[in-house]
Structure formats: C-alpha cells, structure tokens
Design a protein around this ligand. Structure first.
Ligand code: BG6
Ligand code: MG
Length: 220
C-alpha cells in the first residue's frame, strides 16, 4: 500500500510558535491583560479566529465585530513583522534530513497546516520543493481538531487516510490526525501530546531506522 507523510508547519518544521505567541501577547498587553506561555499551548494548531476568541475569553473582553476584525488584522501584521527576516536557519533540527530521506524513497509528502501564512513561510525557508501538496488555512473550512486539513492532504497525495503518518506539535493536531485514522507522531512534550501514537522531543530523535520500520509496517 502507498504510504504518505503529512507535516504540520508551525512548531514542527519551523519554530514560529514563539512568534505567534509574541504577537498574541502584544495584543493582550495592549488590551490590558497578561498572556502566558502555558495559555499559549491552547493556541497551537488552532485557527487565527479561534485563537482570538480564546484570547478575549482569557481577558474577559467583549468585542464588537469591527473590533474583532481589527484585532485579527493587528495580530497578523505583528506576526508578519516577526517572521519577515526568517530564513533557512529557522528550520528545526533534522527536519531536512527526514524530508530528504522520504524524498529519496519517493514517498509523497504534504503540508497540513492551519496557517494562512504557510506558503510564504515555506518559501522563506526554501522547503517548498519537498511538498507534493500544500494544504493550509486558506484551503479548509473546519479547523483542527477537525480532520479536514489532513483528509484533503491525503486525498491530494492519492493515499488512503489510514496509510498517512502525521507529524504534529499541537494537541488539536494530534486529535485531528487520530480522528482521520492516521498514525500521529507528537513532536514536543509527551505529557502534553499523550494522545499521539508515537512521541519524540524533536526530529533529532527520529532515526532513519525508525522511519524505515514505520514505512514497512504501514505499507503492509
Ligand atoms: C497554526 C498555529 O499552525 O496556525 C496556530 O499553530 C495559528 O498558533 C494558526 O493560530 C493560524 O495561523 P495564521 O498564520 O493563519 O494566523
Ligand atoms: Mg503546529
């Protein structure tokens, strides 16, 4: 059976989670409240709109539609300023090795990200050419933990959902992969990502032999 790999972007390929955090914290501070790193965990993998809803809940702020729309734009303008100077140095350790390994074996690879900024980021870090399909926040109507983004990716790759393997750093992303019946690999804190099929701190822990065994298991 044909096997496919799906990578989340933020926090998996590049460490943009810190820039999202800085931009949301700036908005929170401007609105007069604090926003902690712990609270930011809930924002991982979650759409921009949903993030703002959660942020306003935290700050107990009721917004008009107009304010809501303005703050969404403000946050993204700040985020874009943070990522403006991004380059290949911001690719997380060993991500290129794993992409290269899969590419050499002709395994189809997709991006499955909630971000509307996914494509420009992949371009900045020069990784676009590895991806057979890029599914991002512009292509989906339902945000993670809904499996839509990963199901579209599997479909684009021409691979059955159950033959896909997903790398994710967000709880919502692991849940999305699990409900798509895909193999989920948590990248980050295994206590937070305890619903994943496998857990690794980062890609340096993912050996070629692990990938090999996963491939032979999934292709049966
Ligand atoms: C996800 C991030 O990849 O994209 C979330 O983990 C973010 O934190 C979401 O909110 C949407 O990103 P963007 O770039 O469209 O605001
Ligand atoms: Mg992520």
């Amino acid at each position: 059976k044909k096997v496919g790999f799906i990578f989340d972007l933020d926090g998996v390929i590049v460490d943009t989670a810190k820039y999202h955090y800085l931009a949301w914290r700036k908005l929170a501070n401007e609105l007069g409240f604090e926003f902690s790193k712990e609270q930011n965990e809930l924002f991982k993998g979650v759409s921009r709109k949903r993030c703002l809803e959660i942020l306003l809940d935290i700050g107990k702020i009721k917004a008009t539609q107009e304010q809501f729309d303005t703050w969404m734009i403000d946050k993204n303008v700040d985020y874009l300023a943070y990522i403006e100077k991004m380059d290949a140095k911001e690719i997380l350790p060993d991500v290129p090795r794993v992409l290269e390994y899969l590419k050499k074996k002709n395994i189809p690879i997709a991006l499955g990200s909630a971000s509307k900024n996914a494509r420009p980021i992949l371009e900045k870090v020069n990784l676009v050419s590895y991806f057979d399909s890029i599914v991002d926040g512009n292509s989906v109507t339902k945000a993670k933990p809904d499996p839509e983004v990963f199901l579209i990716a599997a479909n684009n790759l021409g691979v059955n959902a159950s033959s896909c393997i997903v790398f994710e750093d967000a709880v919502a992303g692991i849940q999305a992969a699990n409900s798509a019946k895909m193999t989920s690999i948590g990248i980050g804190d295994s206590d937070i990502l305890d619903e994943a099929s496998y857990n690794f701190k980062d890609f340096t822990e993912i050996s070629d032999s692990f990938l090999e065994s996963l491939l032979s298991k999934k292709s049966k």
